[in-house]
Structure formats: C-alpha cells, structure tokens
Design a protein around this ligand. Structure first.
Ligand SMILES: [Zn+2]
Length: 400
C-alpha cells in the first residue's frame, strides 16, 4: 500500500528544476533512497545531503513508512555552521550521542521522591478536555506550514491558552513566535520562576499538520499532533489552576513547521543556544492518542534523547502513572526533541506506542478521532508532563 501510494505521489509531482537545500537525516534512510551525502557520521547514523523538492518528499514518505512523524531537519536558513562544515557539525552530534550511550549505563544518580501534591494534581487530568481540544484543532485541517492559511489556528489556540491562565496570579508571558524559516508561527508561554528564573524547564509539541497526498489536502492531524498539543494545554491548565509560582521558569511551546523539517523548534533551540540560555531539560510530546502497543503501554524514544531524563520519566511513571514503558529508536529528526538535542540540551520524548505499532493513518486525511482513539491513553501524557513540570520546576535537579 505504501509503495503504491509513493508511486502515485511521485507521478503527480511536477518535474521542474528545484533549488537544492541541505537537510540532516538518518544516514541509512538517505542511502536507501540513493541520495548522496556530503557528510556522514556512522556512529550517530546521521548524514547531511543537498536535496531537491522531490527528494524531500521521498524522505518524508519513506520516514512515514518507517513510522515516524518528522524524518529530517531542514538546514535551509540560519544554519551556516552546518552548511559550511557539515562534518564538524555531525561530529559534535556524534559526540553527544556517544556521551548519552555511556550515560545509559551509569548508575541512577537522579532520584525523585513520591510527592503527594503532585499525585493530587495528576488526578486532575481530564480526558474530556483532551477530546475537546483535539476536536477544536482538527477543525483546522490546514495546519500545514506551506499551506494557504498556515496561521489560522494560532489566534484561537492562544485564546484557549490565555483562558487556562485566568486564575494564575504570578508573572507569565504568552507570545506568538514568528520564524525566518517558515511563514507559520509557533506559540510560547513562560511562567517565570521565583528563585532561579534563568533556569528553564521546557515542554513542547508541534501544532502543525500535514498530508502526504497530492489530491487530498485535508490534514486534521488529530493524533499527529493535536493530541500532544492538547496534552500540553491540559498540563498547563492544572499547573496554572494550582496557582503556585515555580522556582525555575517553565516554558511551553506549540511549535510550527515540524512536519517540514523541525522548522519552528530548530530555530528556537538554535536561538537559545546562541543566547546561552540555561535550558535544564526539554520534554517533547508528539502523538499520544492511539495505543498501538496495547492499553497501558507507551514508548520512550531512546535516540537523540538524554539518559537521565528518560530515567526520570520512568520514576515519574512509577510514582504517578503505572504504565509499561518500552524504549525504541526513532532515527534522527523524528520530532522536535532532535532540534534541542542537536544544540546540546537534555531531552526526553514519551510516545503513544512503539515505532512498529505507530498509528499508520497519520499524515493522511484519515488522521481523525475514530474508534482507535483513546483519550484515557492520551491522558497519561498530560500526567507525565504535569509531574515533570512540578518536579523539575521546583527542584535543583540537573543532569551531568
Ligand atoms: Zn508529529
């Protein structure tokens, strides 16, 4: 089915001259598509290649067939370092991957204790709220960053975010983030810390959607990623309703342009690195609605994420959620956490299932709420996010 779809898609592709642009993607994936690389790092299995629009589409379709949301990072703009010296850039990434591989085998050095207040807050997560937000976002089935109306959903979503902040009496800033690499905006909110406001605890997910069909441009993106976007809003709602100012600053991002090469998150992470921001940790939620590996089972992305944070997530799960967590590799550019990881920040990313059991209807007009959607499954991700914000936002825990 997938190959048939690919053939059909390519048949519809206009055959002109396209400007090449650099992307970073999994090396084995680029090889399988016969796309020559200008640089490759075997240890990290990541390559840089100059690709035309048709090849970008091929990468996207092949990634999707492998069960990934994103699949590559677009290096088009503002990434002179990677373009001028891609090998050096890949080697830095490779060193970070090797370091994480080593950390994986270190003894747990970060321990969080059960906290009754967190347990109470986690109970407030409401699956009906998640459904409501997913219905709302799916009603904008054109959240494609290169579509005719890439920002129609931004204002209404910001109104919803503002609404959950109504009873929060401490300093915060809700903002619309414009990008150089895409016309689509991201949304960010900062809840300023009262003890160490310069230390940032970050949570994010992408708000955009895509369809890989040339004939049907409807992309409701209910699972990918209205569900994760709803998870963020629900975690924020409960955090804000408790009305306690965190010790560290908490930032939540609804990224734009993920589906076209992590555009929004890559720009934000790059700016944070350039500005020397003190990012303590980054959590990513991309897809939470379909329990493909079974009820009570979730995945945790094991590559381009950080060992101590994956471990922290397991402790959060043990204390407050009680799921079976299966680690799996997703490849480079799988979702926005890769943007942060590449800039040297610590990340983790729980996932609705495992790579083999991912919802196959994403990136089509059939990514809608249906009988496989499970909002109680999705609620687990808001629980993890909320417990993460409360523990990391109110402690001095940090990685290596
Ligand atoms: Zn996604």
């Amino acid at each position: 089915m997938i190959q048939l779809f690919m053939a059909m898609a390519l048949a519809h592709f206009p055959t002109g001259n396209f400007t090449s642009k650099p992307v970073m993607a999994e090396a084995t994936l680029l090889k399988s598509l016969n796309i020559p690389m200008v640089a490759e790092d075997k240890a990290a299995n990541v390559g840089v290649a100059y690709v035309n629009a048709r090849q970008v589409h091929e990468i996207s379709v092949a990634s999707h067939a492998l069960g990934r949301c994103g699949g590559y990072e677009d290096l088009e703009l503002g990434d002179q370092k990677a373009m001028v010296n891609p090998l050096e850039e890949l080697q830095a990434l490779s060193r970070a991957v090797a370091q994480e591989e080593a950390n994986r085998y270190l003894k747990r050095n970060i321990k969080i204790d059960y906290n009754a207040e967190v347990a109470e807050a986690v109970k407030e997560v409401n699956a009906d709220n998640l459904r409501e937000t997913v219905v709302f976002l799916s009603s904008y089935p054109d959240r494609y960053n290169r579509g005719p109306s890439p920002n129609k959903h931004i204002e209404p979503m910001m109104e919803r975010i503002a609404a959950v902040m109504q009873n929060y009496s401490h300093p915060y800033e809700l903002r619309r983030i414009r990008h150089e690499s895409t016309k689509q905006d991201s949304i960010g909110i900062t809840l300023y810390g009262n003890q160490r406001p310069e230390e940032l605890v970050i949570l994010g997910g992408h708000l955009d959607s895509i369809t890989q069909s040339w004939t049907n441009k409807i992309a409701p993106g209910a699972d990918d990623n209205a569900s994760g976007s709803a998870n963020l809003l629900e975690a924020l709602r409960i955090f804000a309703a408790n009305n306690q100012q965190p010790q560290r600053s908490i930032e939540i991002f609804w990224y734009g342009g993920e589906e076209s090469g992590l555009l929004g998150s890559a720009e934000i992470a790059k700016n944070y690195r350039a500005d020397n921001m003190e990012v303590i940790s980054v959590m990513q939620i991309d897809m939470s609605l379909v329990p493909g590996a079974g009820k009570g089972v979730i995945g945790s992305i094991a590559d381009f994420t950080t060992a101590w944070l994956r471990d922290l997530m397991l402790q959060i799960n043990d204390h407050y959620v009680g799921l079976e967590v299966r680690e799996f590799n997703c490849g480079y550019g799988c979702s926005d956490h890769a943007s942060w990881f590449r800039q040297g920040f610590a990340t983790f990313a729980p996932f609705e299932a495992t790579m083999n059991t991912i919802n196959r209807r994403i990136h089509t007009s059939d990514d809608v709420i249906d009988d496989r959607s499970d909002f109680l499954h999705s609620a687990n991700f808001s629980k993890i996010a909320l417990a993460y914000l409360m523990h990391m936002g109110n402690s001095d825990i940090r990685g290596f």
